[in-house]
Design a protein around this ligand. Structure first.
Ligand SMILES: O=C1C[C@@H](O)[C@H](O)[C@@H](O)C1=O
Ligand SMILES: [Co+2]
Length: 300
């Protein structure tokens, strides 16, 4: 079957514009039904599981009414803190949930030492790094996750992420080099690598064959500079508007999309822009994102 961008790529939008798992207080009035109906109005095919989502039966019912799919769900991994056996038991429960909601991507981020939820650490300077022994443990643990995930028709998509032990291209390169490509895939998130390294194309170009899931997150560079100059935390930074939807910030998504489609990427592209929903109406920004996708990416 020939590669068809209109069929082989599915477009979704993450709940994070409506409610943020890192700060449950913001957007708390946005319920599941509102979120899912907004996603339909904006023209997307699916979403990722948010922390406020219900158990599978209820979730599948609400999704089914709207012909929406779940693409993935975030898993906070603690291989370094808890050890591979205990961390893997939690991960298997995560895969069982994904299977129950017919999703096939486990978004994994090692959260040991993470400062993304800190209310004091400077997200631009204070992240932790791993010892060689910890690198070995993490990579061994992720390979084991991949073996577990395969039992549930799920794939591990490792999320490089600001403030975590795997943030930069160099760290992501090392993770990719020391994990089994059959067991561990890469989630490519434009916003996280752009803020971390500046250059957001090299990571994609060097690991296109490992990319199994994509987050499109745009960056307001002026806000990023303001946040960096003030030494803000991750949460302060996104509440101050560092991130936005594609087409509304300063990243160029055309080379990103071209690299993905030239490589015949098949899978989800999830729009993900954490902002304060009081400042950035989630439906307005979802519509803005879809308009950019349709006019600037799919029509060229
Ligand atoms: O994929 C993601 C999940 C969120 O919880 C995270 O903080 C956000 O920045 C992200 O990219
Ligand atoms: Co992301």
């Amino acid at each position: 079957m020939a590669y068809d961008v209109n069929k082989d790529i599915k477009w979704g939008i993450a709940p994070i514009g409506w409610r943020n798992d890192d700060i449950p207080s913001i957007g708390k009035d946005n319920n599941l039904q509102q979120l899912l109906s907004d996603i339909v109005v904006a023209g997307f095919q699916g979403t990722e599981v948010g922390g406020f989502f219900p158990e599978p039966d209820k979730l599948n019912y609400e999704l089914g009414l709207r012909h929406l799919e779940v693409a993935a769900q975030w898993f906070s991994s603690f291989i370094l803190r808890d050890g591979i056996e205990k961390a893997s038991a939690a991960f298997e429960k995560h895969c069982q949930f994904l299977q129950a909601v017919h999703a096939h991507i486990a978004v994994v981020s090692e959260q040991t030492y993470s400062i993304q939820q800190s209310d004091t650490k400077n997200i631009f300077t204070d992240k932790a790094t791993m010892t060689d022994k910890e690198w070995d443990q993490l990579c061994q643990g992720l390979n084991h996750y991949g073996e577990i995930a395969a039992k549930y028709d799920v794939k591990v998509a490792y999320h490089h992420h600001l403030g975590t032990v795997v943030q930069t291209k160099a760290e992501t390169d090392r993770l990719m080099a020391n994990t089994d490509p059959k067991l561990v895939g890469l989630l490519y998130d434009t916003g996280h690598i752009a803020v971390s390294d500046g250059d957001y194309m090299s990571l994609l170009n060097d690991h296109l064959d490992r990319v199994v899931h994509v987050h499109f997150k745009d960056v307001r560079k002026a806000k990023e500079k303001e946040n960096r100059d003030q030494g803000l935390t991750f949460q302060q930074s996104f509440l101050n508007g560092m991130f936005t939807v594609p087409g509304d910030g300063d990243l160029d998504f055309k080379p990103v999309f071209k690299a993905l489609t030239n490589h015949q990427y098949k899978g989800w592209i999830i729009i993900e822009a954490e902002q304060d929903p009081e400042k950035a109406n989630p439906l307005e920004y979802a519509l803005k994102a879809k308009d950019y996708i349709d006019k600037e990416l799919l029509q060229n």
